[in-house]
Design a protein around this ligand. Structure first.
Ligand SMILES: [Zn+2]
Ligand SMILES: [Zn+2]
Length: 162
């Protein structure tokens, strides 16, 4: 009667050890043109976002030049200031215009500045897959790592069938 000692465990779903599935909401083929979005923002949103972005830019830039050309004391303080702006960004209420621009019915709209993205895994030229990958299609929407994974899965499925 060991199970009586752990009554809560009886209520666990049988697949508890497996990773919970997250809703499939991937990357939209429509990219985010940040410049175009900025142009549509109301002045009050521009004021808030502009101050935030400028604060990050000034603090980050100060930290960089203070560290390399002057002294690390100012760099330390400027880095802390940059983190303060980051915290402010994390707490800031996103304007509705931004909230609705970052996704559509097909998924999240990633900023165009990143360049091509693999729709299968989210890798890009700035962030390749762990064992290295290249573009598998001319349109640059799928990487070779994802193709290899799909081929391996197809082989497994065939083996399972027989
Ligand atoms: Zn991929
Ligand atoms: Zn990849």
């Amino acid at each position: 009667m060991g199970s009586r000692m752990y009554p809560l465990l009886e209520n666990l779903p049988p697949d508890f050890s497996e990773e919970p599935e997250r809703p499939a909401f991937g990357i939209s083929p429509n990219r985010l043109d940040v410049g175009a979005l900025w142009a549509t923002l109301p002045d009050e949103d521009k004021a808030m976002i502009g101050e935030l972005a400028l604060g990050m830019l000034c603090s980050g830039h100060t930290a960089g030049i203070a560290d390399s050309e002057y002294d690390s004391i100012a760099a330390r303080a400027a880095t802390a200031a940059a983190f303060s702006f980051e915290e402010w960004m994390a707490r800031a209420e996103m304007p509705a215009t931004v909230e609705s621009a970052i996704r559509d019915d097909l998924g999240f709209r990633i900023a165009e500045v990143l360049g091509p993205i693999c729709r299968g895994c989210g890798c890009s030229d700035s962030d390749a897959c762990e064992d290295g990958c290249a573009w598998a299609d001319e349109a640059q929407t799928t990487c070779t790592a994802c193709v290899a994974k799909a081929e391996a899965k197809a082989r497994d499925d065939v083996t399972d069938f027989f």
